[in-house]
Design a protein around this ligand. Sequence first.
Ligand code: PEP
Ligand code: MN
Length: 333
Amino acid sequence: MIIVLRPDCKPEQQLAFAEKLKNDYDVKVNTWNGVHSTVLGLIGDTTQIDIEYLDAQDIVESVKRVGEPYKKANRKFHPENTVIEVAGRKIGDGSLHIMAGPCSVESEEQIVGIAESVAKSGATFLRGGAFKPRTSPYAFQGLKAEGLDLMKIARKETGLPIVTEIMRTSHIDMFESVDIIQVGARNMQNFELLKELGKIDKPILLKRGLSATIEEWLMSAEYIMAGGNNKVILCERGIRTYENFTRNTLDVSAIPIIKKLSHLPVIVDPSHASGKSWLVEPLAMAAVAAGADGLIIEVHNDPPHALSDGAQSLTPQQFDSVAKKIFKLKKAL
Ligand code: PEP
Ligand code: MN
């Protein structure tokens, strides 16, 4: 971290400030006295330093971080890839996982039927929303607790571990037997929820916020990890840009960037990234080619009548064809 002091900063103020930094943050402080200003270089773990606090000091002109503000999620401090084991499946070990299923759980017949067909096509997890974050309060909000029970029935019928979204802290106990807890894009910065999820021993699928930078996304992962839960899987699901042909814009570059900056596994959601079922296949292929550890894809038995996200949902037949191509591509890679 680099701190530029104001030109009118007196030598005794500068010394006292450097001393305070050393004591408060356990860092080394290097000082360069220039002609017009003095620069302090902080060496050590600066992740816990509040940059805004330093910026607010009278003698400080500007502050710049040269290292990343996240530590536990940072590859620099954990060079090996994190591999997350869930129900005998390993995410992040170089294999490819496909989580597939409907946007929302709608009925037992629907979720079990979809689970059976996606399992046959090679999906390794079943996705399905029970608590749905919808833009409109009048839209279908999910079957809630009943939806969770139906997901468990589908798991029992097919053996597929389940992935489903949590929306509030008070529901954590209800998600006890869920295999992977999803934190949706809209909750990526629900810090109270992230802190509570940091206290449990369960994999968390952390979706990227609609307008979150990669650093903000990794800081949200850091919130979970700071509490002691290191089982975080990141999910790129498209971000808001000026382009409105698609629902969001898939940030393919985020995949290799995450791989460079972090040791956490990264999966991609081509369904929410595009909003259109015909775009799911090419985006999924691009994600796998760019190094994703997995995909999460929406599949519905009757997309025109789906209670949410029908336009981006594949039929089980379409999913089968997409999965075949994806596995072929993975093999070729
Ligand atoms: C979902 O997975 O159905 C969902 C709501 O996703 P996101 O949070 O990425 O919008
Ligand atoms: Mn959806």
